[in-house]
Structures are given as C-alpha cells and as structure tokens.
Design a protein around this ligand. Structure first.
Ligand code: SF4
Ligand code: SF4
Ligand code: FES
Length: 254
C-alpha cells in the first residue's frame, strides 16, 4: 500500500509584513520513484500555488535546489521520497539570504566568494589571440577537472558550523576554488600570494576540520584532500618566513 507522506514545509515571505515564519504540513500519496522535485511541484499545483523553491536542471547539475531535508543540506531533485520517513521536513539553507519559503539567494554569496578569491587566472603574459592553446599534462588537467566539478549548490556552506556563525569564513567551496587555482600552472599566484587570505582564521586555519562539508557535498569533491594540500602549502610558507626571521633577527639576550 502506498504511504501517505507529510511534507512539513517552512513558510515565510520576508517581503510580506504580515507573514510569520512557520511550518505547514502538506499531505500526498507517495507514488513509485517519487522525488522531491515532483513532490514539491505537486504541492504547488494542488495546495500552495505561492510556494517558493528553486529547480532548474532536475539532474543534480545546476546546483539550485539545495535545501535542508530533515535537517541535512541536500539537493532536492536527487532525493527520492522512498529514502525518507513518512514525515519530511523541508527548510531553506541557512547562511544564505532568504528569498522566501525554501528559496535562498546563493548567487550573491557565490559572486562575493568569486570576487574575494579572484576566481580567474592571474598571469602577466600578454593575451595573444593567435597563439596556440597552452598545453597541460593529463594528470594536472585531471586534478583541476576534479575540483571544477563544484556546482555551487551551497550545501557545504549550509552544513558548516563555522560558515553559519561567521560571515567572513571562506568555507569549503571557496577553499576548493583556491585549491583549483593553486594547481593550475597558468596561474602565477604562488603560496606567498595566497598566504594572507588562506593562512588565516578566515581561511583554512579557521576550519574545525570535522568535515561536515565533505559529508554533504553531492558531487563528492575531495574536500578533505584539498584542505590537507592547502594546510601543507601554507605551513611551508610560514616555516620559510619563520626561518627567514630567525636568520635576520637580533638576539634578545646578549
Ligand atoms: S571541515 Fe567543518 S569547519 Fe571546515 S569547512 Fe568543512 S564543515 Fe566547515
Ligand atoms: S563543494 Fe560540493 S557542496 Fe560545496 S558548493 Fe561545491 S558541489 Fe556544493
Ligand atoms: S535542479 Fe539542478 S541540481 Fe537540482
């Protein structure tokens, strides 16, 4: 017999002064292979025409459907109701500005992050439109590609305690992006250039290392490895600076 599902959905319209944050229950019969994309559209078609949520690709590619599903940041379009209990609680992801109901503004956050990490190749080389494409060995290209698979869904930010309490914390997706440019031989920024941004409390040393981000990333990016790589590179810079200081400083006790 088909289950009766209860979708307990957070409702709030910040633009409506009369709206108060609350959860509202919507019931529906579960059908085979039902996912939350279809379930939410059914709610909107039949019960709550003003319900706000975001979906674009429905295939785990665009990153727009991240939400808290029973307390865990997840892509709704890739979630089958069969994997969940009969009562499914849906809430917007924290750490992002609420647009309304389940919809949050991840775009502004990711734009700010891209600008902060200067998410483009830095090079002194003059651009020559006639030049042949620069070659890269397969191994390096593969490593960069692996980190480029981030779909900017924001699940890792929503699942990160540090990012939730500190707006200045870069977060896993930004550190992953930086890792991508560190690997790219066309980018001329070296470890020293990254040091002020990355080797701080806002960067990799503010991370508590409990890997909530790694647990919830729907693309299974190797965030653990990225952090380890970055910590290593930043520690090398710090060790080099300490050595230089030790070599030039005057003895305290003569
Ligand atoms: S390891 Fe923890 S603190 Fe560090 S970025 Fe991931 S979720 Fe945040
Ligand atoms: S690192 Fe993973 S969880 Fe974070 S934004 Fe990218 S794809 Fe989403
Ligand atoms: S709708 Fe595109 S990732 Fe879910």
């Amino acid at each position: 017999m088909a289950r009766e599902l209860t979708l307990r959905i957070f409702r709030y319209d910040p633009l409506n002064p009369e709206s108060k944050p609350c959860f509202v229950d919507y019931k529906m019969e579960e059908t085979p292979r039902l996912n939350l994309f279809v379930a939410l559209h059914r709610v909107r078609e039949k019960q709550a025409p003003d319900l706000q949520f975001d979906f674009v690709c429905r295939a785990g590619v665009c990153g727009s459907c991240g939400m808290m599903i029973n307390g865990r940041p997840t892509l709704a379009c890739r979630t089958l109701t069969a994997e969940l209990p009969e009562t499914i609680t849906l809430a917007p992801m924290p750490a992002f500005k609420l647009i309304g109901d389940l919809s949050v503004d991840t775009g502004t956050w990711f734009r700010g992050m891209s600008e902060r990490v200067e998410s483009w190749i830095h090079t002194q080389k003059e651009f020559d439109p006639k030049a042949e494409e620069q070659r890269m060995d397969d191994g390096t290209a593969q490593k960069i590609y692996e980190l480029e698979r981030c779909i900017e869904c924001g699940c890792c930010v929503a699942g990160c305690a540090t990012a939730n309490i500190r707006e200045d914390f870069l977060g896993a997706t930004a550190l992953n992006r930086i890792g991508r440019f560190m690997l790219d031989p066309r980018d001329e920024r070296d470890s020293e250039d990254w040091f002020e941004l990355v080797a701080t409390d806002e960067g990799v040393f503010g991370c508590m290392g409990l890997m909530g981000c790694d647990d919830v990333c729907p693309k299974e990016l190797p965030l653990l490895e990225v952090f380890a790589y970055m910590r290593r590179r930043m520690s090398q810079v710090a060790a080099g600076r300490a050595k230089a200081d030790a070599g030039t400083s005057q003895p305290v006790i003569t």
